[in-house]
Design a binder for this molecule. Structure first.
Ligand code: PNW
Length: 460
């Protein structure tokens, strides 16, 4: 039977600035912490970098035409903060503003709705040096000023804003495991960075709501990432472990936005290591998202921690697991992507139901979902059946969640182009869709055609 999605469902595709733009020092752009991080030998697979990436900075018209030919209705991209403010604040780089104006205008002319992320990890390096980046006292204010600049220049045409992409990744991978920029390794800094990220989000939303929303008529929200955590057994201890794992993952960033404060289990377990919000900050945070942005990729089993059991995943995917007392594992029966992320569509449905129950059924936009497979083009094309199966499975799960009453209003495929996959560089093995450097992008894929048909039919 055909699965139709609600009318008005937003069908899109997504990228981020550092992963696709290239033009790393073109036309007055300043360096970001990712430009610098990539220069340090050993930080990124093969010492790859985003200097050229997909060269989207020079090929935007071609890429918009590609989206149009696929039938994409919405495009989520991020603004490179140091492209428009080379030092993070102060002097503006007009060439950067011009680039995003051209992109936005080209999208609208092609009938594609722009969804703009303000921060997808490429912090201006100047702010890392000068104010300690996301640990700095001033960063929420500096971020709000940058956000305001974007609202002022682009908000007449951009009606969908995402403040911050995946604060969890910034905090845990950037400040805990140190595998992402700025590369700090610590047990305490993730909670401090996370705190400033939340305050920055809240301030940017306040600026939009008080000065722009009424005139520009757009929406603003935050995108968080979360895997599903399935209890390994039916025991109360494992069920509690799975719940705790979800609260430390998604609750950490969504509870303050929907309830005004961190989850109790985090406050109890972390004590002084978790900063606290003032009454004013709580009030500003609570209700600070017009929609629930969700990036979802995979599922793991959770069980109560046993002494000495490691949590098995590429990035220690549970966060700082010793703080949670949770062991993570995967089933040998689950199919894996080439990033070793398990393909478990029902986990997506369960996570959507968990969000609806915990946060009072907010409108949800899945702002990223996708998979990496190492595929060799044949005659310049990729017959990516595994990817089509992945999307069929996950979209079916989204459809089931909608039938159960979860208010999912949109879905963005990650990603539009084979791109620079952060610490995994352009590795065939770990890049989310990477194929080969040099020809790494714009290779016709069977899945793109398939997705175009789903979009046209508003269903599958
Ligand atoms: C997200 N983890 O990153 C990002 O938003 C994208 O830029 C990225 O390309 C995509 O997912 C694929 O990785 C994540 O360790 C990186 O759980 C790491 C994790 C999750 C998301």
């Amino acid at each position: 039977m055909r699965k139709s999605f609600p009318s008005g469902f937003v069908w899109g595709s997504a990228t981020s600035a550092y992963q696709v733009e290239g033009g790393w020092n073109a036309d007055g752009k300043g360096p970001s912490i990712w430009d610098v991080f990539c220069m340090i030998p050993g930080k990124v697979w093969n010492n790859d970098n985003g200097n050229i990436a997909c060269d989207h900075y020079h090929r935007l018209e071609e890429d918009v035409a590609l989206m149009q030919s696929m039938g994409i209705k919405a495009y989520r991209f991020s603004i490179s903060w140091p492209r428009i403010l080379p030092a993070g604040r102060g002097a503006l780089n007009q060439a950067g503003i011009d680039f995003y104006n051209r992109l936005i205008d080209a999208l609208l002319a092609a009938g594609i709705e722009p969804w703009v992320t303000l921060y997808h990890w490429d912090l201006p390096a100047a702010l890392e040096f000068e104010i300690d980046g996301w640990l700095g006292e001033e960063i929420p204010e500096v971020f709000a000023e940058y956000a305001e600049l974007c609202f002022r220049h682009f908000g007449d045409r951009v009606k969908n804003w995402i403040t911050i992409n995946e604060a969890w990744v910034v905090a845990i991978l950037g400040y805990g495991h140190g595998v992402f920029a700025p590369g700090k390794v610590s047990k305490d800094l993730p909670y401090r960075a996370g705190h400033q990220l939340l305050k920055a989000h809240a301030r940017a939303v306040e600026v939009y709501r008080t000065r722009y929303q009424a005139i520009q008529n757009g929406k603003i929200g935050i995108t968080n990432n979360c895997d599903w955590r399935e209890p390994l057994s039916d025991s109360p201890a494992d069920r509690a472990a799975a719940q705790r794992a979800l609260e430390f993952f998604l609750g950490w960033f969504a509870d303050p936005v929907y309830k005004g404060d961190y989850p109790d289990c985090m406050k109890e377990r972390l004590g002084e290591r978790l900063p606290s919000f003032s009454p004013e900050e709580k009030a500003l945070l609570k209700g600070s998202s017009d929609f629930f942005g969700l990036n979802h990729y995979t599922t793991m089993y959770a069980s109560e921690a046993k002494p000495d059991a490691g949590s098995g995943s590429v990035y220690g995917n549970g966060g700082l697991s010793e703080d949670q007392d949770v062991d993570l594992s995967v089933s040998p029966d689950w199919e894996m992507t080439d990033m070793q992320w398990a393909i478990v569509p029902w986990g997506c449905r369960k996570l959507l139901e968990w969000i609806a129950a915990r946060y009072d059924n907010p409108p949800v936009f899945i702002t990223e979902n996708g998979c990496a497979f190492d595929q060799t083009p044949v005659n310049g094309q990729v017959q990516d059946d595994a990817r089509i199966r992945f999307f069929q499975g996950y979209l079916t799960a989204v459809h089931e969640a909608i039938e159960k009453g979860v208010d999912v209003q949109g879905y963005f495929i990650w990603s539009l182009l084979d791109n620079f996959e952060w610490a995994s560089g352009y590795s065939k093995k770990f890049g989310i869709t990477c194929i080969e450097e040099g020809t790494l992008n714009r290779i016709p894929k069977a899945s793109a055609q398939w997705y175009g048909e789903v979009v046209r039919n508003n269903g599958l």
